[in-house]
Design a protein around this ligand. Sequence first.
Ligand code: CAA
Length: 260
Amino acid sequence: MNHENILVETRGKVGLITLNRPKALNALSPALMRELAAALDAFEADENIGAMVITGSERAFAAGADIKEMQTKGYMDVYKGDFITAEWERVTRCRKPVIAAVAGVALGGGCELAMMCDFILAADNARFGQPEINLAIIPGAGGTQRLPRFVGKSKAMEMCLLGQARYMDAAEAERCGLVSRIVPVAQLVDDAVATAAKIAELSLPIVMMAKESVNRAFETTLAEGVHFERRLFHSTFATEDQKEGMAAFVEKRKPSFRQR
Ligand code: CAA
């Protein structure tokens, strides 16, 4: 499929999507988000792909939703068109792992897109922020909800209320748990792909269960979450890959997973 706003490639068992609107600092237009959703659909359906990476350029992961496209929209346009929901949420429905590799700015919808992924690797030049308030709107792709879950109420509130006056650099983002690791900017994409490749070598159904179980922690009580985890844990024993994984350990060899 031909895309105008993203680049799509496969590296081994990893699907790599690069946001590619350099002149607009990867502003997330509806067209770009539709292409991103289509690329994710294709990787989700591809049996040879075990994990995905979404990245941008060294200057910008994404500078937010496209302000020039939003500028003239009225309430009825965004409400009836279900703006955001219709185009943006595909990434949250991926069952395979999705890593955000963030260099440069991840602002507004850019920060929110990164937070929709399973974890964020940050380049040392990464900057995160929710500047919507300066446009007299509020975050609309989960910023007020996901950010507090990552960084706590105080930092999230400060970022959402101060907007452009309160961006977070990579060091602070790592300190407060927004990102899992910081990588030198020149190595970011290779590191993210290598990380995704390690996941893609594992048993995909088990990886999917692990992802589903961690995500359940944000949607339920501790007791219900642990119950959910226990049931999935039990179900791993019904798989061929559990037999293979444990046999390989005992026989001191590399496992050969059959993805079932
Ligand atoms: N939408 C549309 N175009 C954007 C954009 C955006 N979000 N961000 C940057 N651009 C465009 C600029 O208009 C400019 O285009 P022109 O050359 O045609 O003028 C080009 O990208 C380069 O940008 P700058 O000249 O501003 O570059 P800079 O280095 O001086 O500043 C920046 C970089 C700090 C990221 C600045 O561009 C900026 O503040 N961008 C807007 C950030 C923002 O407010 N994001 C939130 C959007 S709303 C949102 O995301 C809602 C939601 O929750 C879903």
